[in-house]
Design a protein around this ligand. Structure first.
Ligand SMILES: Cc1cc2nc3c(=O)[nH]c(=O)nc-3n(C[C@H](O)[C@H](O)[C@H](O)COP(=O)(O)OP(=O)(O)OC[C@H]3O[C@@H](n4cnc5c(N)ncnc54)[C@H](O)[C@@H]3O)c2cc1C
Length: 499
């Protein structure tokens, strides 16, 4: 992709090159979706992105013939009429990237049993019931509630509960509860801290409606949004960091980019990390003490540690159902204890759980013939003073993860031709998200809509993406796309009203 690709079409509204209706900071899925809807409504929109490619966390990189996704293992919300499918159809993205779906989508692997999550939800419920016959009725009730409740009902029933409280309403069997708790690796909190509301939405929109994958990798997905945005008249400036949002009389007037160029706009939307947006791009001088204190008090989500492997081996005949495997290594500890380990100061990562994903098993274009990609992931944290820790410990931790992966994937260490590692620090460096996080931690106290709404105390400045709280829990590609659409719809309404 070019590093600077301003759209060459004559601007129908006769605005000058440096004047836009909307400038969006960041070309993550939250910023790109927002940009597409704004451009579709005829607005002159510029997206400024600091990286040399679009997508934020939803990107891929290539090494020696292998294409690795940086963080995305699959996408949710793409069922017919699902939140992301509607966006996909409205923006006409189906012609740009093919979405495939693998089945099963997940396998939960405990030392003594395996449970599959199938694309057919009834099959999943049946398998759980067969494994836990004494909980069969409760399993049905639990999934009925998750799948068929109106959002308002969810809200009333779950708002102040943790996932632990939620499971205790339905189940007594500790192992069944552990199996259901495993998926909290997506939220990065132990069951006693994860919001029940966020967890129920995670189940409905991601675990039970997951397994969707853009053929060619995550980058193809982001590129499809970017191409559509340009077709609609939008402009993207890559490799350019926004240094400041210009505020006059509590009103955003535009942005200053590297090189000190001022770009004027009626509205500024930040898809960037919220703390950086407020404290660096806006500046504390424009914020009330109460608002500063609120931001300081919020907790961010954990991050992740990845080992990306290109293997000169084809596992198709050796391993069945290669999809997203959530593997528990130690069943003497509860999931509560395992995920609480993230808070250890000297070892801020999870040791007894690994997610193993096999992207080339459902998309052979990602690896050379008869080769395979396997990505190993564990939840991990970047606490403010742990940068050195990740730099010095990453190779040791990767080796430990590989040894553990051998339990499930025979001979993995002897088949490696490409190996890359990403720590929370790497994720921070590429996206500038605080601590390599994926938004605010989805605790009961922080999922409320008002924690960080997209409308801000500064006029004409909105937020979009994973740092916006929509009341459903943070992060996830489907959620940030929905957020982008919501923000765009609100801006379009406001601008039409003013005309
Ligand atoms: C470890 C991990 C695993 C995940 N796995 C999945 C998964 O399997 N499935 C799923 O659906 N979701 C997953 N997620 C979550 C999902 O990827 C994110 O929630 C989502 O992609 C965030 O999109 P966004 O647009 O809000 O932000 P981002 O993707 O962070 O995009 C923000 C963009 O802003 C740019 N930017 C920042 N500051 C500036 C600046 N000053 N000037 C210019 N540009 C700037 C950044 O470079 C970046 O491109 C995962 C996240 C993580 C961290």
């Amino acid at each position: 992709m070019n590093n600077f690709y301003i759209n060459k079409r004559v601007n129908p509204k006769g605005l000058k090159r440096n004047e836009y209706d909307v400038v969006i900071i960041g070309a993550g899925i939250g910023g790109l979706t927002c940009g597409c809807y704004l451009a579709k409504a005829g607005l002159k929109v510029l997206i400024v992105e600091q990286h040399y490619k679009v997508g934020g966390y939803c990107t891929s990189f290539k090494r020696d013939g292998f294409t690795f996704d940086a963080t995305t293992h699959y996408i949710g919300g793409l069922r017919e009429n699902g939140p992301l499918r509607r966006i996909y159809n409205e923006l006409g993205l189906d012609s740009k990237v093919e979405i495939i779906r693998f089945n099963p989508t997940n396998v939960v692997i405990f030392p003594e049993r395996k449970i599959h999550i199938w694309t057919d939800i009834e099959a999943t419920i049946y398998e759980l019931q067969e494994n836990f016959k004494h909980e069969a009725k409760n399993i049905k009730k639990f999934f009925d509630f998750i799948l068929n409740s109106e959002y308002a009902h969810f809200y009333v029933k779950l708002k102040n509960k943790t996932f632990e409280d939620f499971l205790n309403i339905y189940f007594k069997d500790e192992q069944l509860k552990s199996i259901l708790e495993i998926f909290l690796f997506n939220i990065g909190l132990p069951p006693s801290r994860a919001s029940a509301l966020a967890s129920a939405i995670l189940y409905r929109e991601f675990v039970l409606d997951g397994g969707y994958y853009p053929r060619g990798g995550a980058q193809r997905f982001s590129d499809a949004f970017a191409k559509r945005f340009e077709e609609l008249g939008g402009e993207i400036l890559l490799k350019t960091k926004v240094k400041k949002i210009v505020i006059k009389n509590q009103q955003a007037k535009g942005v200053i980019i590297e090189g000190n160029e001022f770009i004027s706009s009626k509205i500024v939307v930040s898809n960037a990390d919220a703390t950086k947006t407020w404290f660096q791009l806006v500046g504390k001088e424009h914020l009330s003490t109460k608002f500063i204190k609120k931001i300081d008090s919020l907790e961010v989500s954990p991050s992740g540690f990845f080992v990306y492997l290109g293997l000169n081996k084809d596992y198709s005949k050796i391993l069945k159902n290669r999809c997203s495997w959530g593997c528990l290594l130690n069943n003497t500890l509860s999931i509560e204890e395992i995920f609480s380990n993230l808070n250890r100061k000297n070892k801020p990562y999870v040791e007894d759980f690994i997610l193993c994903v096999f992207p080339s098993s459902h998309d052979s274009s990602l690896a050379p013939p008869h080769n395979e990609i396997i990505i190993l992931f564990i939840p991990a944290k970047l606490v403010d003073d742990s940068c050195n820790f990740w730099e010095t410990e990453k190779h040791y931790i990767a080796e430990e993860i590989l040894k553990k992966a051998e339990i499930f994937i025979p001979d993995i260490s002897n088949s490696i031709t490409v190996k890359e590692i990403a720590t929370p620090l790497t994720l921070y460096k590429y996206t500038l998200n605080r601590n390599g996080a994926y938004g605010w931690a989805s605790t009961t106290l922080q999922v409320d809509k008002n924690t960080m709404p997209y409308r801000t105390p500064i006029n004409s400045l909105c937020l979009t993406g994973q740092w916006v709280t929509l009341g459903v829990g943070q992060g996830g590609i489907s959620t940030v796309a929905y957020c982008g659409k919501t923000v765009a719809t609100s801006i379009i309404k406001d601008l039409n009203f003013k005309r």
